[in-house]
Write a protein that binds this ligand. Structure first.
Ligand code: NAG
Length: 459
């Protein structure tokens, strides 16, 4: 059985794992909250702490959300005018100072993130870190920072070739390392210059596209590239589905300590439907993007909380294997006039105790498809003749509706590896199935326990 499971997981590539930034940080995708998507520049110490408290009150810290990231605009109008020109926070909005803020965040059991840009200015025209990498990294260390998001605005044209971008971002990587304080390094150069090819050795996460906008698939020329590969103007106002499309060929670059960052989540910000937000949360999780919330936590509604606290989906994101799903099928959906109005996509990949299949329907009409695990995840072939399948967005108790801890429905019976499974996917929705291999002759709970034992090496 152990041997068979080894076969099940053969999709990992050794060379890529060896090249990761292997300092023990971000072995699974970072999780937390960032101020930008819902507050922009309108931030201060009190609202940062208020969101941190709300995160804890909602029980999100228990689910793994731990980084509270202050995005742009924490800055004073200028650096300290005296050498070594240390960065300073705005004295009015951050009266207690970043260090005291970090202390409070740490006392709450959380971690603090901060933001800067590898340019002369940040995107909101605050002072940037280009040329000040060492003093900035040193100051972040003194403040007790645990995570650094590093943007790409006002970079003085130091981009356009891989090595130019690499050198600019490696400088901060080395400066952070030299402080001796473990800090997650979250590169944000929007996928310029083939980031995914060189970022894994210097950063834990890298943004691979222009900025997200809170929309399912709205068209906007401010996010002009057809593909992220060789994109010369990543831009912003990228819809959620546009970023998912960009990410599809890049997932192969991710693994423990090196993650594609699909940008902060928009769940709860109001621009998408509940079903669309479930798609957003599912695919960010399955692709193993960092899960950084971007909504106002103190005014969060019950449905938003239920989506971002789906433990089954979070467990897939945090799975110790660290292998993202790959898109293995994309079937066009046509209307009666023969016009393409979307597609059905199948994504699949391994988990420590089985496999996951995500089925995405981008069309405006509900779709029904059939698939077998052997078809969409060939590595599963021969692992087990029978599986239990869990629908991660199925409601345990349908009378309770969408509510915290009501996710996860076991599908009836044992399903064979070649058996066709029919799935209904709502318009713009995503179905997520977890496949647990059964040892011969077992079923139900016994089988689940069995597969857990197999993973622990007890069988
Ligand atoms: C610095 O880099 C080395 C080599 O990759 C690594 O072992 C160490 O953990 C890093 N230290 C910090 C504080 O990041």
């Amino acid at each position: 059985m152990r041997l068979q499971l080894a076969v099940f997981f053969v999709t990992s590539s050794l060379s890529k794992l060896i090249s990761a930034k292997d300092d023990g940080l971000a072995r699974t995708p970072p999780m937390g909250w960032n101020s930008w998507n819902s507050f922009g520049c309108n931030i201060n110490a009190d609202m940062i702490l208020g969101n941190a408290e709300s995160l804890i009150d909602a029980g999100l810290d228990k689910l793994g959300y731990e980084y509270i990231v202050i995005d742009d605009c924490w800055h004073a109008p200028s650096r300290d005018p005296n050498p070594p020109y240390a960065p300073r926070a705005d004295e009015n909005r951050f009266r207690i100072g970043i260090k005291a803020l970090a202390d409070e965040i740490h006392e709450m059991g959380l971690k603090l993130g901060i933001y800067s840009s590898a340019g002369t200015m940040t995107c909101a025209k605050q002072f940037g870190s280009l040329g000040y990498e060492e003093i900035d990294a040193q100051t972040y260390k003194e403040w007790g920072v645990d995570y650094v998001k590093y943007d790409n605005c006002y970079n003085e044209g130091q981009a356009g070739y891989d090595l130019v971008s690499y050198n600019r971002y490696a400088k901060m990587s080395h400066a952070l390392n030299a402080t001796g304080r473990p800090m997650v390094y979250a590169m944000c150069n929007w996928g310029e210059d083939g980031t995914w090819n060189w970022a894994p050795t210097i950063a834990h996460t890298w943004r691979m596209s222009g900025d997200i906008m809170d929309s399912y698939d709205e068209y906007d020329d401010r996010c002009p590239c057809e593909s992220a590969i060789n994109c010369k103007l990543p831009g912003f106002h990228c819809s959620m589905m546009r970023i998912l499309e960009y990410a599809a060929p890049l997932v192969q670059k991710a693994g423990p300590g090196q993650w594609n960052d699909l940008d902060m989540l928009e769940v709860g910000n109001g621009g998408m439907t509940t079903i669309e937000y479930q798609t957003h949360f599912s695919m960010w999780a399955l692709i193993k993007s960092p899960l950084i919330l971007g909504n106002r936590l103190w005014t969060m509604d019950a449905v938003t909380l239920a989506i971002i606290s789906n433990k089954l989906i979070i467990a897939m994101n945090q799975d110790a294997l660290g292998m993202p799903v790959n898109r293995v099928k994309k079937t066009l959906v046509k209307n009666r006039q023969g016009e393409v109005e979307g597609n059905v996509q199948i994504w699949s990949g391994p988990l420590v105790d089985g496999a996951v299949v995500g089925i995405v329907n981008t069309s405006p009409v509900a779709q029904t498809i059939s698939y077998s695990i052997a078809q969409v995840y060939p590595a599963a072939r021969g692992v087990s003749k029978k599986y239990k399948v869990l629908d991660a967005w199925g409601l345990k108790d349908s009378s309770l509706g969408i509510a915290v801890d009501n996710w996860g429905k076991w599908l009836d019976g044992d399903i064979s590896e070649s058996g066709l499974m029919a799935v209904d996917i709502p318009a713009h929705g995503t179905v997520v199935h977890k496949w647990l291999p059964l040892a011969p002759g077992l079923s139900g709970t016994a089988a689940t326990e069995n597969s857990q034992k197999v993973m622990k090496g007890e069988l």
